[in-house]
Design a protein around this ligand. Structure first.
Ligand SMILES: Nc1nc2c(c(=O)[nH]1)N[C@H]1C(S)=C(S)[C@@H](COP(=O)(O)OP(=O)(O)OC[C@H]3O[C@@H](n4cnc5c(=O)[nH]c(N)nc54)[C@H](O)[C@@H]3O)O[C@H]1N2
Ligand SMILES: Nc1nc2c(c(=O)[nH]1)N[C@H]1C(S)=C(S)[C@@H](COP(=O)(O)OP(=O)(O)OC[C@H]3O[C@@H](n4cnc5c(=O)[nH]c(N)nc54)[C@H](O)[C@@H]3O)O[C@H]1N2
Ligand SMILES: [Mo]
Length: 768
């Protein structure tokens, strides 16, 4: 059926429907029996349980399959015989093994507009994609297309462009090293560095801050460091939900005597205490208390908090030089001490305390703890990276670690906890819009072509380019670009402006329904699926949050014979686009992934004997100049930096809003409707608000409100949320991603990393 004049545009935002909110008291511990029950429920309801449980047992085992959930590392030594998995890893697996099929019949029965009326939860439950689908210009229904025709269509559209820079090639962080390497090679042979990725919205601020201060845009710790550290500071991270396997590392640290300080506007259950569901005896008790100190900062209060801590530590150091700071380390391994101290002196402790939302006496107490410790690890995630001043905040945390000599020694260092299971590996493989010259030089040497040198678009710039008609083709290697990016309606317009949008996906998502003139969905094998190429079964490699590269091999028979691996899909696109112009034998590379690893070894430092070491069951560590203490890439010394602080000024009716994850989602994939640890059930459209603020604004529990964001005189509205009283600092609000992304202005991003400010949106609330 063709589109008529009256066909409405598919919806970019999920429908506004309430699903039946239930509330209970927030939990005081993570995991325990409810986690086991939830694990079993997801496996039994969504998979054929034989396949589901078999996969769980192999999860994160040596030579097993890497969990497609988060990027937390696996223990080098002892791994649980029950499978190294967690409740949310089980949900991720259940998604991949989904019994249901989003097949040609499904797309025939539902127009794109109809599909766009479903909630994200409903879309995600439609099952795995089966075969390539196309939506031709003016049509309302996706129909099947052969792989060859799909590749040809892509090649034709790409070659029609006036310049390769008119295409955008996005990557989400599940893509394996092998597929990522091939993808960037294809894109650079095509002639552009337009390689935005999910990292731009995630840990980009960490990468920028760490790269400049420690010489490497990655963390410096190993998992073993957790077992011998004296102090762990966890900021802006909710590990009970988003990195549940981190919980056992925290528990072990605690048992070995470490102190834990949590910094978070919410009292997250997983930071309070933990009952290990893999230890039956523990299930009877009350668990391990984790945080010794809990600093419930205001949203974005971390920078003034760390300034205050550094100021207090300096004052104490003055009374007894050498007792607090590591002077040897400062003198031999850092630059910038005097400037940092001079700048810290300018700040007033009372003002910093007010800015942080923590009383000065509490800050003093924490400073005393830090003063006495020599081995400190700082962990953080999105609560730090998604603000305007994120790069400065993270650099300030590095300042504290450097002053304490808490880097480049056992039990100490930086730990940005990564999100997607291979987001770090993708960057190592060259998925980066600002590649270094040395990376491009190597690529040119190995593959004999002229690589583009002009830096490409990151995520925010890519959206703007499409919106302004400067880019006409969008290709997404995984991910859900429309729903993950800021400013949903603006991004929808950007995608609709394209001549062609292509998504390489495992499951349907909203980005398939808000499309360019022509749209393709290319279904790929998932992590758990068996991947057979010309030379036989293949494994892939990934890099975890701590720089360990290891293998992952799916063993389950794919449910459709029309799925291709991501590597094969890249090769198909590359051949159809580059034709005789390419210097790469794509078929040979894909026939045996050892061939891909051979060329990676030639191109990227640190991958010597890649094929041999990829077969070491526990994997191998990549070089890390911050861990090794050479700081070689920045001239041999780490940098202490001056990071000025300016408070975000709110008017009396304004709030600062953070957009966070529930316990039942993986980014834009919604597993269920509960946020169990926070005691919020069966509803995602909730707005967590301090009781005093509710009173002040005359709001009652479950009142219906619109949330309105204010930026540069522009207004954006997220319609109809239910207000609930919650333990959150005054003038701070929380709600869920992706429903609230419509509020995040495209022009509001972190200085220097361009990460959208998803955790600090200035809003007002309007009662309906
Ligand atoms: N099950 C599951 N696992 C996941 C994901 C998932 O969606 N589901 N996503 C993956 C990905 S891609 C990522 S990046 C990670 C995300 O992992 P997290 O960063 O833990 O995810 P968020 O839900 O965004 O939580 C941010 C936390 O920061 C706090 N916070 C917000 N603003 C501030 C602030 O200004 N200061 C401080 N100190 N704290 C603040 C919030 O209260 C919340 O606890 O998880 C990964 N793992
Ligand atoms: N407001 C707000 N916005 C945010 C955030 C926030 O905290 N608040 N967090 C940001 C962060 S940290 C991130 S990382 C981004 C995430 O952004 P994305 O990575 O773009 O989004 P995901 O939801 O992880 O992508 C899910 C889709 O990936 C596909 N998929 C799953 N597995 C595979 C696979 O193995 N291969 C392929 N090819 N496809 C697969 C499925 O089709 C699924 O629909 O969102 C960002 N957006
Ligand atoms: Mo992320």
């Amino acid at each position: 059926m063709s589109a008529t004049e009256n066909t409405p545009l598919p919806k970019a935002q999920p429908p506004v429907k309430f699903t039946g909110l239930k509330l209970s008291a927030p939990k005081k511990y993570a995991a325990g029996v409810p986690a086991l029950i939830s694990t079993a429920k997801h496996i039994i309801e969504e998979t054929e349980p034989g396949r589901g449980f078999k996969t769980l047992m192999r999860l994160n085992q040596k030579k097993g399959v890497d969990c497609p959930g988060c990027a937390w590392p696996d223990p080098d030594d002892h791994r649980s015989a029950l499978g190294e998995y967690c409740e949310n890893g089980a949900k991720a697996i259940a998604e991949e093994l989904d019994k249901k099929r989003a097949d040609a019949q499904f797309f025939k029965q539902n127009s794109v507009y109809e599909l766009s009326l479903l909630s994200d939860y409903e879309i995600g439950k439609k099952g795995r994609l089966e075969e390539p689908m196309v939506l031709y210009k003016g049509e309302q229904y996706y129909t099947p297309i052969s792989w060859d025709n799909a590749f040809e269509l892509i090649g034709k559209e790409l070659n029609k462009l006036n310049h390769p820079d008119e295409a955008v090639f996005y990557t989400s962080g599940r893509t394996s090293n092998e597929a990522a390497f091939l993808y960037q090679l294809f894109v650079r042979q095509f002639g552009t560095n337009n390689l935005p990725d999910c990292s731009n919205m995630c840990h980009e601020s960490s990468g920028v801050a760490l790269g400049e201060t420690t010489g490497i845009g990655k963390g410096s710790v190993k998992l073993e460091d957790f077992y011998e550290t004296e102090l762990i500071i966890i900021l802006g991270q909710n590990p009970g939900t988003n990195h549940p396997r981190m919980m056992s590392a925290l528990q072990k640290a605690k048992k070995n005597g470490a102190t834990i300080i949590s910094v978070n506007p919410l009292q997250e259950a997983g930071l309070i205490s933990f009952i290990n569901p893999q230890h039956p005896l523990e299930m009877l008790g009350s668990g391990t208390t984790l945080s010794d100190e809990y600093l419930q900062v205001k949203i974005n209060g971390d920078l003034p908090l760390f300034k205050a801590l550094i100021k207090l530590l300096y004052e104490k150091e003055q009374t007894n030089p050498g007792s607090v700071f590591d002077l040897d380390f400062i003198n031999n391994k850092t630059k910038g001490y005097q400037d940092l101290i001079e700048s810290i002196k300018e700040y007033d402790l009372e003002e910093l305390a007010v800015g942080s939302g923590i009383s000065l006496s509490e800050i003093r107490k924490v400073a005393e703890i830090i003063a006495s410790k020599k081995k400190i690890i700082a962990c953080w995630a999105m609560g730090l990276t998604q603000h305007k001043n994120s790069v400065k905040t993270i650099a300030e945390i590095v300042n504290l670690l450097l002053l304490k000599g808490s880097i480049a020694k056992p039990g100490a260092g930086t730990c940005p906890v990564r999100g997607h299971s291979n987001v770090q590996g993708d960057r190592t493989m060259g998925i980066y819009e600002k590649p270094s010259d040395s990376f491009l030089n190597n690529l040119e040497k190995v593959f004999h072509f002229k690589a583009p040198r002009k830096h490409g678009y990151d995520t925010v710039d890519a959206i703007k380019a499409m919106e302004r008609g400067k880019a006409h083709v969008f290709i997404g290697m995984g991910g859900n670009f429309l729903s993950a990016t800021p400013d949903t309606e603006y991004t929808a317009k950007a995608l609709r402006n394209c001549r062609l949008t292509v998504h390489v996906s495992t499951k349907p998502n909203r980005s398939h329904f808000v499309h360019g003139e022509v749209a393709l969905i290319l279904p790929c094998l998932a992590r758990t699926d068996k991947d057979i190429q010309a030379s036989g079964p293949q494994f892939v490699t990934v890099e975890n949050s701590m720089g360990v590269v290891h293998s992952s091999e799916g063993t389950l028979e794919p449910k459709s014979n029309k799925l291709k691996s991501e590597c094969a899909i890249v090769a198909g696109m590359a051949k159809a686009t580059l034709k005789s112009e390419t210097t790469v034998n794509w078929d040979e590379l894909v026939s045996n992934y050892d061939n891909i690893r051979d060329v990676i070894e030639k191109t990227i430092p640190g991958f010597d004997n890649y094929n041999q070491r990829a077969r070491i069951p526990e994997g191998f560590y990549l070089p890390n100049c911050a861990r090794e203490g050479t700081f070689s890439s920045i001239g041999g010394a780490a940098l202490l930096t001056v990071n000025d602080w300016e408070e975000i000024k709110l008017e009396s009716n304004q709030f600062i809003l953070m957009t966070i994850r529930t316990h039942d989602q993986f980014n834009t994939t919604i597993y269920g409707l509960h946020d169990r640890y926070r005691g919020i059930y069966n509803e995602r459209r909730v707005l967590m608000m301090n009781k005093n603020d509710m009173q002040k604004h005359g709001l009652n529990e479950r009142d219906n409100v619109n949330i309105i964001s204010h930026f540069n005189g522009e207004k954006r509205v997220a319609e109809r949320f239910l207000v609930i009283p919650y333990n959150i600092p005054e003038q701070c609000l929380a709600t869920y991603f992706p429903e609230a992304n419509v509020l995040v202005p495209i022009d509001s991003y972190a200085d220097r990393s361009q990460t959208p400010t998803s955790k600090s949106v200035i809003v007002t609330v309007e009662r309906l």
